[in-house]
Design a protein around this ligand. Structure first.
Ligand SMILES: Nc1ncnc2c1ncn2[C@@H]1O[C@H](COP(=O)(O)OP(=O)(O)OP(=O)(O)O)[C@@H](O)[C@H]1O
Length: 273
């Protein structure tokens, strides 16, 4: 693993060296992950793909700092990750305060992030606009749709201005049309913000659409089965055109095959770059 960025000499956004994670002890021990080594440069949109139970969420939790690796080293911008400080996290179920308004939820995240009161309204409106929720600030969480709730969760995660945005299957519970819309908006938001992101999914389609790099994990304990850069354009591209392009179809097929193969056979690490 290289410990610094190629161009600036600064540590990478995420540096993962020979990380293993074991849940429980003795006869109860479950090795969920590893060893995994990955270097993620600033601004990358990394998608982790793999079959159920392969350790994707475990890796994300380690990057978030919710858990500490059993072995190996994991650094965010050269330091040990700290929950809430190094990353904003979006889960499959939006964890919002249902009795608060949309604006109130984002305000609270800005307050926790230390944004001065005088700046919060402008910053909140900017965030709501960015996630496609302008004009909905006064609505209660229970009054808006699941897709809109997930948009609020993304705005909250962006509010902290943390170096990382981590997303654990955030669109899995949404209907297909809403999911596509949110994917399109997230793609745009991420290209605009340039925030380093790690997104977990089962879906090869979703990975091919969102990623600037895709890592497929083997079955448990998850290791890197495939690590590929994505050459699809990230800015100024029509989402339908992208989804209809032969390049997208080829990437989706490659990832789909890799996920299937990795779910059944423990493959040696294969890197194409
Ligand atoms: N707290 C825990 N205690 C014991 N085993 C656990 C714990 N959390 C996860 N595991 C096990 O570790 C393995 C990896 O789990 P993880 O949730 O990281 O997988 P995943 O790829 O995210 O799965 P899914 O796609 O189904 O969410 C699984 O076999 C799971 O049962």
């Amino acid at each position: 693993m290289s410990s610094t960025s190629e161009h600036t000499g600064a540590p990478p956004a995420i540096g993962i060296g020979d990380v293993t994670h074991v849940y429980g002890e003795g006869r109860e021990a479950v090795t969920a992950l590893g060893p995994v080594s990955l270097t993620v440069p600033d601004g990358e949109f990394l998608v982790l793909v793999g079959a159920s139970g392969c350790g994707k969420s475990t890796l994300l939790r380690l990057i978030a700092g919710f858990d500490t690796p059993t072995a190996g080293s994991l650094r965010v911008a050269g330091d040990t990750p700290t929950p809430g400080l190094t990353s904003g996290v979006v889960f499959q179920q939006p964890r919002l305060f249902p009795w608060r308004t949309v604006a109130g939820n984002v305000d609270l995240a800005l307050k926790y992030a230390g944004v001065p009161r005088a700046d919060r309204t402008d910053r909140r409106d900017e965030l709501l606009e960015r996630v496609g929720l302008e004009g909905t600030g006064a609505r209660r969480i229970w009054e808006i749709s699941g897709g809109q709730q997930q948009r609020v969760a993304i705005a909250r995660a962006l509010a902290g201005n943390t170096p990382l945005l981590l997303l654990d299957e955030p669109f899995a519970a949404l209907d297909a049309l809403t999911r596509e819309r949110l994917q399109e908006d997230l793609r745009k938001v991420s290209a605009e913000s340039g925030r380093t992101s790690v997104f977990v999914t089962h879906s090869a389609d979703e990975a091919a659409f969102l990623a600037s790099r895709i890592v497929v994990l083997t079955h448990r304990p998850g290791r890197v089965a495939l690590d590929i850069p994505v050459d699809l354009p990230r800015n100024g591209v029509d989402p339908d055109e992208l989804r209809g392009s032969p390049e997208y179809a080829a990437l989706r097929a490659e990832v789909g095959h890799a996920v299937k193969a990795a779910a059944t056979v423990t493959e040696p690490e294969r890197i194409r770059s």
